[in-house]
Ligand binder design. Sequence first.
Ligand code: F3S
Length: 389
Amino acid sequence: MRLTDEQQAMLAGREGEALAKCLRTLVRYGDAFGAPRLVPIVSAHLTGSFKIFFYTAYYEIVRRLVDAGVRVKVPTTLNPRPGYDYRPQNRIVFRSQRWHEEQLEALGVTPNYSCVCYEYANVPRFGEVLGWAESSAIIWANSVLGARSNRNSIMVDICQAVTGLTPEFGYLFDEQRRGQLLVDVSGIERMDAPALGFLVGKLAVDRVPVLTHFPFDRAQLKNMGAAMASSGGVTMFHVEGLTPEAPTLREAFGGREPSEVHVIGQRELDAVRSDAARQQEAGVIAFGCPQMTLAEAAEIGRHFVGKRIRKPVLFHLIPQAAEEFSRTPLYQEVLRAGVEVHTHCPLAGLSLRIGVGDVLTPSGKLYYYLQGTRYGTVDEVLRVAGVLE
Ligand code: F3S
């Protein structure tokens, strides 16, 4: 890898040994993927927001960076909190959470606590190069905004934040961003975007899928992308005539033919959902993975007005959206119906559930990752909650 004079000096320790180690990590990471150089990033996003008591190395590295007085070089946002106050057992597993948050804040990280960082705190523009981790945020940045980030891991994300650099490979290049397989969704009559994302992720694995046109809204794109990046390692998708690098199918594929063509119809989509009996057996209903936006909370929340829930319902919102939501009359109505409104990550918050029962969710990502979870469309889940006929 060719390094600039400034990068060579950083590697030699001019800005301290801690920063030199971070740069060395990025050079090795880049070498593994054949990157020719390191390039500047506009922003970073970190996944390591949970303080889990049985992990040690990550926190030790963060502590050393803080002790060395290192600060992030670019605006850097942070994933959600783990819900250490959600249940007593969470307080045990996530003990020292506050200490870890103070460490990250000492590095200069923005305490936004959201994987949906692109709604408020960290909004990239088309073509900008990012050093992000968190697969659901990366897939949004690449696909919906046309910004450029590889699917970086925890620790690599911090190295990028404190150096302001990322190795140039993969999704930073036009070649990697072109569609590879075509998914024809024209036969779907009742769209269920998270279920579609779940299926596309399994088909595409780590390739770039191109979906035929459908007028997905922002919430659908968010929830579909997160599912695709979970059931598969999808880092970018295109939707014909909707996402910025796919005005036409031809442009989405860069003038090449798709290597495969798949059809996903109503039957395939319906098969993702758990049957009605399994949905009814769930002990708790969880919305918001990725965290809900204000628009989602308003759209789903209106069904709870004047009703009383039949089983526990949890909303997980972006903290800023929760703050805005709490200032609306609908918020009081939702609370009156019995809904709990949280701002932490439901995957972390519910991982240790004891005596809560299994989870029912309309999130494809939560369904994929949280053991024993059942999946239903938003309407099905609202019916189980007892607020929709
Ligand atoms: Fe976000 Fe947690 Fe889901 S980080 S995407 S709410 S697993």
